[in-house]
Design a protein around this ligand. Sequence first.
Ligand code: SF4
Ligand code: SF4
Length: 362
Amino acid sequence: MTVESGTQNVGAQPSRAEARDGFDEITVLWISEGMSCDGDTVSFTAAGQPAVEDLVQGLIPGLPKVNLHNKVLSPSLGGEEFLAPFRAAVRGEMAPFILVIEGSIPNQNIIEGDGYWTSFGNDPETGEPLPLNWWIDRLAPRAWAVVAVGTCATFGGIHAMAGNPTGSMGLADYLGWDFRSQGALPVVNVPGCPIQPENFMETLVWVLYHAAGAAPPPPLDPMLRPQWLFGKTVHEGCDRAAYYEQADFAKDYNSPKCQVKVGCWGPVVNCNVPKHGWMSGIGGCPNVGGVCIGCTMPGFPDAFMPFMDEPAGGSLSATLIRPYGALIRRLRGITNVALNREPKWHHNEPELTSGYDPYWRP
Ligand code: SF4
Ligand code: SF4
Protein backbone atom coordinates (compact mmCIF):
# COMPACT_ATOMS: atom_id res chain seq x y z
CA MET A 1 0.00 0.00 0.00
CA THR A 2 1.05 3.61 -0.48
CA VAL A 3 2.63 5.31 2.48
CA GLU A 4 3.43 8.96 2.14
CA SER A 5 6.04 10.85 4.09
CA GLY A 6 5.45 12.06 7.63
CA THR A 7 3.86 10.13 10.43
CA GLN A 8 0.50 9.47 8.78
CA ASN A 9 -0.75 7.01 6.23
CA VAL A 10 -2.52 9.21 3.76
CA GLY A 11 -4.59 7.85 0.91
CA ALA A 12 -7.79 6.09 -0.01
CA GLN A 13 -9.14 2.99 1.75
CA PRO A 14 -6.94 -0.06 1.11
CA SER A 15 -8.16 -2.58 -1.42
CA ARG A 16 -9.32 -6.02 -0.27
CA ALA A 17 -6.14 -7.56 -1.66
CA GLU A 18 -3.98 -5.13 0.32
CA ALA A 19 -5.93 -5.85 3.48
CA ARG A 20 -5.49 -9.60 2.96
CA ASP A 21 -1.73 -9.20 2.57
CA GLY A 22 -1.53 -7.12 5.72
CA PHE A 23 -0.46 -3.58 6.38
CA ASP A 24 3.04 -2.23 6.91
CA GLU A 25 1.83 0.85 8.72
CA ILE A 26 -1.35 1.76 10.58
CA THR A 27 -2.63 4.71 12.57
CA VAL A 28 -4.39 4.53 15.92
CA LEU A 29 -6.82 7.39 16.48
CA TRP A 30 -7.76 7.45 20.17
CA ILE A 31 -10.63 9.70 21.27
CA SER A 32 -11.08 9.91 25.04
CA GLU A 33 -13.84 12.51 24.87
CA GLY A 34 -16.57 10.01 25.70
CA MET A 35 -18.22 10.40 29.10
CA SER A 36 -15.23 9.32 31.15
CA CYS A 37 -12.47 10.26 33.57
CA ASP A 38 -9.61 9.49 31.11
CA GLY A 39 -8.61 6.72 33.51
CA ASP A 40 -8.10 4.18 30.72
CA THR A 41 -5.55 6.40 29.01
CA VAL A 42 -3.77 6.84 32.32
CA SER A 43 -3.92 3.10 33.01
CA PHE A 44 -2.58 1.90 29.67
CA THR A 45 0.56 4.02 30.06
CA ALA A 46 1.47 1.60 32.89
CA ALA A 47 1.50 -1.45 30.62
CA GLY A 48 4.77 -3.34 30.61
CA GLN A 49 4.16 -6.48 28.55
CA PRO A 50 4.22 -4.92 26.06
CA ALA A 51 4.67 -1.26 26.91
CA VAL A 52 3.25 1.46 24.72
CA GLU A 53 6.83 2.60 24.14
CA ASP A 54 7.63 -0.82 22.62
CA LEU A 55 4.64 -0.44 20.34
CA VAL A 56 5.36 3.01 18.95
CA GLN A 57 9.09 2.39 18.63
CA GLY A 58 8.49 -0.71 16.52
CA LEU A 59 10.16 -3.07 18.99
CA ILE A 60 7.54 -5.83 18.67
CA PRO A 61 8.48 -8.16 15.81
CA GLY A 62 5.92 -8.59 13.06
CA LEU A 63 3.72 -5.62 13.83
CA PRO A 64 2.98 -2.81 11.38
CA LYS A 65 4.52 0.58 12.13
CA VAL A 66 2.09 2.23 14.53
CA ASN A 67 1.28 5.95 14.56
CA LEU A 68 -0.52 6.56 17.84
CA HIS A 69 -2.59 9.69 18.42
CA ASN A 70 -3.71 9.94 22.04
CA LYS A 71 -4.00 13.35 23.64
CA VAL A 72 -2.09 12.46 26.81
CA LEU A 73 0.82 10.95 24.88
CA SER A 74 0.82 13.42 22.00
CA PRO A 75 4.01 15.36 21.34
CA SER A 76 1.89 18.08 19.68
CA LEU A 77 0.80 21.22 21.44
CA GLY A 78 -2.84 20.19 21.05
CA GLY A 79 -5.42 22.18 19.14
CA GLU A 80 -5.47 21.89 15.36
CA GLU A 81 -2.07 20.20 15.24
CA PHE A 82 -3.42 17.34 17.35
CA LEU A 83 -6.74 17.23 15.50
CA ALA A 84 -5.17 17.11 12.01
CA PRO A 85 -5.09 13.28 11.64
CA PHE A 86 -8.63 12.97 12.98
CA ARG A 87 -9.86 15.55 10.46
CA ALA A 88 -7.95 13.80 7.66
CA ALA A 89 -9.64 10.52 8.56
CA VAL A 90 -13.07 12.17 8.49
CA ARG A 91 -12.28 13.45 4.97
CA GLY A 92 -11.35 9.91 3.93
CA GLU A 93 -7.72 10.89 3.46
CA MET A 94 -6.24 8.41 5.94
CA ALA A 95 -6.28 4.66 5.82
CA PRO A 96 -5.94 2.28 7.41
CA PHE A 97 -6.67 3.36 10.97
CA ILE A 98 -7.92 1.83 14.20
CA LEU A 99 -10.44 3.92 16.09
CA VAL A 100 -10.21 3.69 19.88
CA ILE A 101 -13.07 5.21 21.85
CA GLU A 102 -12.75 5.90 25.59
CA GLY A 103 -15.84 6.90 27.58
CA SER A 104 -19.52 6.22 27.14
CA ILE A 105 -21.58 7.59 24.30
CA PRO A 106 -24.30 10.03 25.34
CA ASN A 107 -27.62 10.09 23.52
CA GLN A 108 -27.41 13.28 21.51
CA ASN A 109 -30.91 12.69 20.10
CA ILE A 110 -32.60 13.53 23.40
CA ILE A 111 -31.17 17.06 23.22
CA GLU A 112 -30.89 17.43 19.45
CA GLY A 113 -30.47 21.06 18.55
CA ASP A 114 -30.00 22.09 22.13
CA GLY A 115 -26.28 21.77 22.87
CA TYR A 116 -24.10 18.71 23.32
CA TRP A 117 -23.08 16.34 26.10
CA THR A 118 -19.39 16.03 25.24
CA SER A 119 -17.29 17.34 22.36
CA PHE A 120 -13.94 16.98 20.61
CA GLY A 121 -12.62 20.04 18.77
CA ASN A 122 -14.67 22.70 17.02
CA ASP A 123 -16.29 23.05 13.65
CA PRO A 124 -13.81 25.30 11.78
CA GLU A 125 -16.63 27.06 9.93
CA THR A 126 -19.03 27.80 12.76
CA GLY A 127 -16.66 27.60 15.72
CA GLU A 128 -19.23 25.38 17.45
CA PRO A 129 -18.06 22.32 19.41
CA LEU A 130 -18.25 19.02 17.52
CA PRO A 131 -20.04 16.38 19.63
CA LEU A 132 -18.36 13.03 20.16
CA ASN A 133 -21.26 11.44 18.27
CA TRP A 134 -20.39 13.51 15.18
CA TRP A 135 -16.90 12.01 15.15
CA ILE A 136 -18.05 8.44 15.73
CA ASP A 137 -20.64 8.69 12.95
CA ARG A 138 -17.91 9.68 10.49
CA LEU A 139 -14.93 7.68 11.69
CA ALA A 140 -16.39 4.28 12.64
CA PRO A 141 -17.55 3.40 9.09
CA ARG A 142 -14.06 4.19 7.74
CA ALA A 143 -12.06 2.50 10.53
CA TRP A 144 -10.25 -0.78 9.84
CA ALA A 145 -11.05 -1.76 13.44
CA VAL A 146 -12.99 -0.14 16.27
CA VAL A 147 -11.95 -0.74 19.87
CA ALA A 148 -13.91 0.34 22.94
CA VAL A 149 -11.53 0.86 25.85
CA GLY A 150 -12.81 0.75 29.42
CA THR A 151 -16.23 -0.09 30.83
CA CYS A 152 -17.77 3.28 29.96
CA ALA A 153 -17.04 2.78 26.24
CA THR A 154 -17.88 -0.93 26.26
CA PHE A 155 -21.08 -1.09 28.30
CA GLY A 156 -21.84 2.50 29.38
CA GLY A 157 -20.38 2.26 32.89
CA ILE A 158 -21.11 4.78 35.60
CA HIS A 159 -22.54 7.41 33.23
CA ALA A 160 -25.13 4.93 31.98
CA MET A 161 -26.45 3.84 35.37
CA ALA A 162 -30.12 4.03 36.27
CA GLY A 163 -31.40 7.57 36.62
CA ASN A 164 -28.73 9.19 34.45
CA PRO A 165 -29.81 12.25 32.46
CA THR A 166 -27.54 11.72 29.44
CA GLY A 167 -28.91 8.48 27.96
CA SER A 168 -25.32 7.23 27.87
CA MET A 169 -24.50 3.81 26.41
CA GLY A 170 -21.62 1.66 25.22
CA LEU A 171 -20.15 1.88 21.72
CA ALA A 172 -21.78 -1.36 20.52
CA ASP A 173 -25.14 -0.07 21.75
CA TYR A 174 -24.52 3.05 19.70
CA LEU A 175 -23.14 1.50 16.50
CA GLY A 176 -25.16 -1.71 16.74
CA TRP A 177 -23.95 -5.11 18.01
CA ASP A 178 -23.86 -6.29 14.40
CA PHE A 179 -21.57 -3.42 13.34
CA ARG A 180 -18.59 -4.48 11.23
CA SER A 181 -15.53 -2.35 10.58
CA GLN A 182 -13.60 -2.11 7.31
CA GLY A 183 -11.56 -5.04 8.58
CA ALA A 184 -14.82 -7.02 9.10
CA LEU A 185 -14.46 -6.93 12.88
CA PRO A 186 -17.23 -6.13 15.37
CA VAL A 187 -16.54 -3.54 18.03
CA VAL A 188 -13.80 -5.03 20.20
CA ASN A 189 -14.70 -4.48 23.86
CA VAL A 190 -11.98 -4.22 26.50
CA PRO A 191 -13.83 -3.46 29.75
CA GLY A 192 -12.46 -2.49 33.14
CA CYS A 193 -12.88 0.56 35.32
CA PRO A 194 -10.24 1.36 34.41
CA ILE A 195 -8.80 -1.23 32.03
CA GLN A 196 -6.03 -3.44 33.33
CA PRO A 197 -3.06 -2.08 31.32
CA GLU A 198 -1.91 -5.32 29.64
CA ASN A 199 -5.48 -6.36 28.87
CA PHE A 200 -5.70 -3.42 26.52
CA MET A 201 -2.21 -3.82 25.09
CA GLU A 202 -2.66 -7.56 24.46
CA THR A 203 -5.90 -6.87 22.63
CA LEU A 204 -4.43 -4.05 20.56
CA VAL A 205 -1.40 -6.16 19.68
CA TRP A 206 -3.64 -9.05 18.56
CA VAL A 207 -5.66 -6.64 16.37
CA LEU A 208 -2.39 -5.27 14.96
CA TYR A 209 -1.06 -8.76 14.18
CA HIS A 210 -4.36 -9.42 12.45
CA ALA A 211 -3.91 -6.16 10.51
CA ALA A 212 -0.43 -7.33 9.55
CA GLY A 213 -1.97 -10.51 8.13
CA ALA A 214 -0.11 -12.58 10.73
CA ALA A 215 -2.98 -13.65 13.00
CA PRO A 216 -6.67 -14.55 12.78
CA PRO A 217 -9.26 -12.14 14.17
CA PRO A 218 -9.20 -11.94 17.97
CA PRO A 219 -11.68 -14.45 19.48
CA LEU A 220 -14.44 -12.57 21.29
CA ASP A 221 -17.17 -13.72 23.69
CA PRO A 222 -20.85 -12.82 23.16
CA MET A 223 -20.27 -9.46 24.88
CA LEU A 224 -17.41 -8.86 22.39
CA ARG A 225 -14.71 -9.18 25.08
CA PRO A 226 -11.46 -11.02 24.22
CA GLN A 227 -12.11 -14.61 25.27
CA TRP A 228 -8.60 -15.34 26.49
CA LEU A 229 -8.77 -12.40 28.90
CA PHE A 230 -12.36 -12.60 30.16
CA GLY A 231 -13.17 -16.30 29.88
CA LYS A 232 -12.62 -17.09 33.57
CA THR A 233 -14.03 -15.61 36.75
CA VAL A 234 -12.20 -13.49 39.31
CA HIS A 235 -12.77 -16.25 41.87
CA GLU A 236 -11.02 -18.82 39.66
CA GLY A 237 -7.84 -16.77 39.77
CA CYS A 238 -8.05 -15.27 43.25
CA ASP A 239 -5.26 -15.65 45.80
CA ARG A 240 -7.94 -16.03 48.50
CA ALA A 241 -9.94 -18.82 46.85
CA ALA A 242 -8.53 -21.48 49.22
CA TYR A 243 -10.07 -19.57 52.15
CA TYR A 244 -13.43 -19.72 50.41
CA GLU A 245 -13.14 -23.46 49.91
CA GLN A 246 -12.43 -23.84 53.65
CA ALA A 247 -15.31 -21.51 54.58
CA ASP A 248 -12.91 -19.10 56.22
CA PHE A 249 -14.43 -15.70 55.62
CA ALA A 250 -13.20 -12.19 56.40
CA LYS A 251 -15.39 -10.21 58.76
CA ASP A 252 -13.78 -6.89 57.84
CA TYR A 253 -11.37 -5.43 55.28
CA ASN A 254 -8.25 -5.95 57.41
CA SER A 255 -8.35 -9.70 56.94
CA PRO A 256 -6.36 -11.77 54.41
CA LYS A 257 -9.28 -14.24 54.12
CA CYS A 258 -12.02 -14.56 51.50
CA GLN A 259 -14.03 -11.37 51.22
CA VAL A 260 -17.32 -12.72 49.91
CA LYS A 261 -19.17 -11.79 53.10
CA VAL A 262 -17.91 -8.22 52.92
CA GLY A 263 -19.06 -7.62 49.37
CA CYS A 264 -16.91 -9.55 46.86
CA TRP A 265 -18.67 -10.53 43.60
CA GLY A 266 -15.64 -12.43 42.27
CA PRO A 267 -17.32 -15.86 41.90
CA VAL A 268 -19.66 -14.54 39.18
CA VAL A 269 -17.56 -11.88 37.43
CA ASN A 270 -15.51 -12.38 34.25
CA CYS A 271 -12.11 -10.83 34.83
CA ASN A 272 -8.49 -11.97 34.88
CA VAL A 273 -7.11 -9.24 37.14
CA PRO A 274 -6.27 -11.43 40.17
CA LYS A 275 -4.29 -13.76 37.89
CA HIS A 276 -2.71 -11.00 35.81
CA GLY A 277 -2.00 -8.62 38.66
CA TRP A 278 -2.40 -4.92 38.05
CA MET A 279 1.08 -3.60 37.29
CA SER A 280 4.09 -5.83 36.64
CA GLY A 281 2.08 -8.79 37.88
CA ILE A 282 1.49 -7.21 41.30
CA GLY A 283 -1.91 -6.42 42.83
CA GLY A 284 -5.31 -7.32 41.41
CA CYS A 285 -8.36 -6.24 43.43
CA PRO A 286 -9.19 -9.12 45.85
CA ASN A 287 -5.54 -10.22 46.04
CA VAL A 288 -4.76 -6.95 47.80
CA GLY A 289 -7.94 -6.47 49.83
CA GLY A 290 -10.32 -4.80 47.39
CA VAL A 291 -13.64 -6.58 46.94
CA CYS A 292 -14.54 -7.27 43.31
CA ILE A 293 -17.35 -4.91 42.31
CA GLY A 294 -17.86 -6.38 38.83
CA CYS A 295 -16.40 -3.49 36.86
CA THR A 296 -15.88 -5.56 33.68
CA MET A 297 -19.54 -6.59 33.48
CA PRO A 298 -22.35 -5.16 31.35
CA GLY A 299 -24.55 -4.66 34.43
CA PHE A 300 -21.94 -2.53 36.24
CA PRO A 301 -22.51 -0.59 38.43
CA ASP A 302 -26.24 -1.03 39.16
CA ALA A 303 -26.22 -4.84 39.40
CA PHE A 304 -23.43 -4.79 42.00
CA MET A 305 -24.64 -2.06 44.34
CA PRO A 306 -24.43 -1.31 47.22
CA PHE A 307 -20.78 -2.22 46.74
CA MET A 308 -19.88 -3.23 50.30
CA ASP A 309 -22.91 -5.48 50.90
CA GLU A 310 -22.71 -9.26 50.77
CA PRO A 311 -24.02 -10.52 47.39
CA ALA A 312 -27.22 -12.54 47.80
CA GLY A 313 -25.75 -15.54 45.93
CA GLY A 314 -22.58 -15.26 48.01
CA SER A 315 -24.65 -15.59 51.17
CA LEU A 316 -26.23 -18.84 49.92
CA SER A 317 -23.02 -20.47 48.67
CA ALA A 318 -21.06 -19.39 51.76
CA THR A 319 -23.74 -20.97 53.97
CA LEU A 320 -23.76 -24.20 51.96
CA ILE A 321 -19.98 -24.57 52.05
CA ARG A 322 -19.72 -24.00 55.81
CA PRO A 323 -20.09 -27.62 57.03
CA TYR A 324 -17.75 -28.99 54.33
CA GLY A 325 -15.25 -26.15 54.78
CA ALA A 326 -15.21 -26.38 58.59
CA LEU A 327 -14.61 -30.16 58.49
CA ILE A 328 -11.94 -29.99 55.79
CA ARG A 329 -10.18 -27.12 57.54
CA ARG A 330 -10.07 -29.14 60.80
CA LEU A 331 -8.75 -32.27 59.07
CA ARG A 332 -6.16 -30.32 57.14
CA GLY A 333 -5.09 -28.63 60.36
CA ILE A 334 -4.47 -32.03 61.99
CA THR A 335 -2.56 -33.29 58.95
CA ASN A 336 -0.61 -30.07 58.75
CA VAL A 337 0.58 -30.44 62.36
CA ALA A 338 1.64 -34.04 61.63
CA LEU A 339 3.54 -32.99 58.52
CA ASN A 340 5.35 -30.26 60.42
CA ARG A 341 7.42 -32.82 62.36
CA GLU A 342 10.83 -34.10 61.36
CA PRO A 343 11.28 -37.87 60.93
CA LYS A 344 12.56 -39.54 64.14
CA TRP A 345 15.69 -40.94 62.40
CA HIS A 346 17.14 -37.43 61.92
CA HIS A 347 19.62 -37.48 64.87
CA ASN A 348 23.33 -37.51 65.67
CA GLU A 349 23.39 -40.72 67.75
CA PRO A 350 25.88 -43.56 66.96
CA GLU A 351 23.08 -45.88 65.80
CA LEU A 352 21.45 -45.57 62.34
CA THR A 353 17.63 -45.71 62.79
CA SER A 354 16.50 -44.79 59.33
CA GLY A 355 15.40 -48.34 58.50
CA TYR A 356 18.24 -48.85 56.05
CA ASP A 357 18.36 -52.56 55.29
CA PRO A 358 21.49 -53.85 53.47
CA TYR A 359 19.68 -57.09 52.59
CA TRP A 360 22.18 -58.14 49.90
CA ARG A 361 25.00 -58.50 52.47
CA PRO A 362 25.53 -61.91 54.01
S1 SF4 B 1 -12.13 -12.73 47.81
FE1 SF4 B 1 -13.76 -12.84 46.20
S2 SF4 B 1 -12.75 -13.71 44.40
FE2 SF4 B 1 -11.42 -14.09 46.16
S3 SF4 B 1 -11.99 -16.12 46.90
FE3 SF4 B 1 -13.25 -14.68 48.04
S4 SF4 B 1 -15.16 -14.47 46.85
FE4 SF4 B 1 -13.62 -15.42 45.50
S1 SF4 C 1 -11.42 -7.93 39.96
FE1 SF4 C 1 -13.51 -7.10 39.84
S2 SF4 C 1 -13.35 -4.93 40.47
FE2 SF4 C 1 -11.25 -5.69 39.99
S3 SF4 C 1 -10.89 -5.15 37.81
FE3 SF4 C 1 -11.75 -7.24 37.84
S4 SF4 C 1 -13.98 -6.98 37.64
FE4 SF4 C 1 -13.12 -4.98 38.21
